[in-house]
Design a protein around this ligand. Sequence first.
Ligand SMILES: CCCCC/C=C\C/C=C\C/C=C\C/C=C\CCCC(=O)SCCNC(=O)CCNC(=O)[C@H](O)C(C)(C)COP(=O)(O)OP(=O)(O)OC[C@H]1O[C@@H](n2cnc3c(N)ncnc32)[C@H](O)[C@@H]1OP(=O)(O)O
Length: 291
Amino acid sequence: MLLCCRACRTMFSRLWGRGVRLLSAPEATAATAFQSPTPLPPTWNPDNRQDHTIPFPFSGASGMRAVMVEVIPLNIRPFTMAPWLFSSSQPRDYSLPNSSWSSEMQKLYEHYNNMCEVDTEGGNKVKGAWRRLPSYNSCLEYVTGGQGGSKVLQQEARLFTRNIEEQGAGFEYVVFMKKHEKTCICVFQPGHLLEGPPGYVHGGAIATMIDSVTGTHATYLSGLIMTANLTINYRSPIPLGSVVLVHSSLDKVEGRKAFISCQVTSSDGSKLHTEATGLFLKVDVRHLLGA
Ligand SMILES: CCCCC/C=C\C/C=C\C/C=C\C/C=C\CCCC(=O)SCCNC(=O)CCNC(=O)[C@H](O)C(C)(C)COP(=O)(O)OP(=O)(O)OC[C@H]1O[C@@H](n2cnc3c(N)ncnc32)[C@H](O)[C@@H]1OP(=O)(O)O
């Protein structure tokens, strides 16, 4: 079966909770290696619902790539089910600078970015203590490394912090992680659509950023997580359009639980705006998908 339309995707999303997973690129390559490539018909159109029966794989199809989907029913030998085609255009990484960033935001970005791991011309990585974390507008882009996995499930769903298209109007932020010290720092520039008290950021928007930064931190440390508890103390209001730092640090891990604390400060660290603690529980993908 080819997952080529909404009906197919709906079926796939139901199967997901029963052991379906996306294969990584090397796994997909290995899974297709023993099959002979089948060319696409010249009139093939990804939006055409009549295309259910096109065989796979689609190697060599210009502008498209196939991602394999594997179904592992309980007590049944694993087998490859079908490929999913995605547009080859990369999803936008929202954590890269844009024209709405103030000079202060840009300066802080460069400060941390300059301390990140970099690729050299020979393909070697020069170690830096920090790593910039990419940010997409859909959760599944992370799982598939920005390969468009969200198109398989819930096409309309968008990550809350990345669903305002107008640059600078909502949450402008970039997260850097210092893995060995188990800390993250986020440079955050809240836009005018996040107003709470006149001229200041809404407490819910601040909580959202705290949850996002600490949740992202916990995800990179522990894998799939859900926020179980978030306790927040608001100490001083955050002016709209200012640039603040969200500091996240891992306090301890106990089994499935990760305890993380967080402070939101002014960009020079002199003023404490908000402090919080969070408890994140590692979950199975089936829990996330409600299976
Ligand atoms: C589909 C793939 C998505 C993948 C994403 C991948 C990568 C993402 C990368 C970057 C991230 C980008 C964006 C994401 C950013 C932020 C993340 C936001 C995260 C959220 O915004 S997420 C939404 C809000 N979140 C919920 O909607 C949770 C609702 N809730 C539940 O789903 C369950 O409630 C759950 C899972 C929390 C626990 O359920 P459970 O059954 O697994 O565990 P159980 O209840 O047995 O508890 C086991 C032990 O934890 C203790 N415990 C439990 N709850 C506690 C609490 N509240 N306080 C203190 N202790 C607690 C118990 O006391 C026991 O402790 P003990 O073992 O010591 O007895």
